[in-house]
Write a protein that binds this ligand. Sequence first.
Ligand code: PGA
Length: 263
Amino acid sequence: MKVVILKNAAEVAAYGAQIFKKQLNKKADSVLGLATGSTPVALYNELIALANKGELSFKHSKSFNLDEYLGLDGDHPQSYRFFMNEKLFDHVDIDKANTQVPPGNAADPVAACEEYEQAISAAGGIDIQLLGIGRNGHIGFNEPSSSLASRTRVKTLTKATIDDNARFFAEGEYQPHLSITMGIGTILESKKVVLLATGSAKAEAIKATVEGPLTAACPASALQLHKDAVLIIDEDAASALSDPEFFKHIERENQQLEKKLGQ
Ligand code: PGA
């Protein structure tokens, strides 16, 4: 996998946004796989700024989010539908009818998971999937021990994830312990994967993702099987890697090559 190590979170967001810009400008009707969490917010702000400057448009794109809490309506402030509206969709020209987040309030969640998979297929598959990573190596809500071939399904959250996300819920507020999440198999079918990680709390998860082994104990390690996955991380998130200089060297070479090819 490609690993791009940058100075800080702002550079990570700007670099990631350029990849999305390139994608949307190459294919206006791109199918975007989107993510929630604190890390993607800066990237969404970059995309909003680029859209405001007329450098990209979401007008013809479609989107599918990775996951949603089971038991929350889309108008609940902690739902991921609410998050996406607030952080991105309300500020760009995407048609909300073309944005999908797994239905946290589905009467039949199992059927809803199947329908979500079918909707992704009917859209032609995901062109570019954005990911964060949990401290435990989860991607989406695919917690450690998730099958590396898993599809969209109902998934129980680990205590670590519940604790990490407790900061978003008010004292005493109901916090779901279940989710609907795309599976690792679903994510691996995206044509391109862009994973963002910043901060030293993610360093061990990044090391496990990049240096292996390929294991359900670190769901993100499945990206080793993807032919076009890029990890964009800051120095802190890279701090446990055995040889960060190697990745920096590769990136310099790639930049030179792109310049030469006029890309
Ligand atoms: P974070 O979450 O960006 O809030 O750290 C990432 C994740 O759990 O996928």
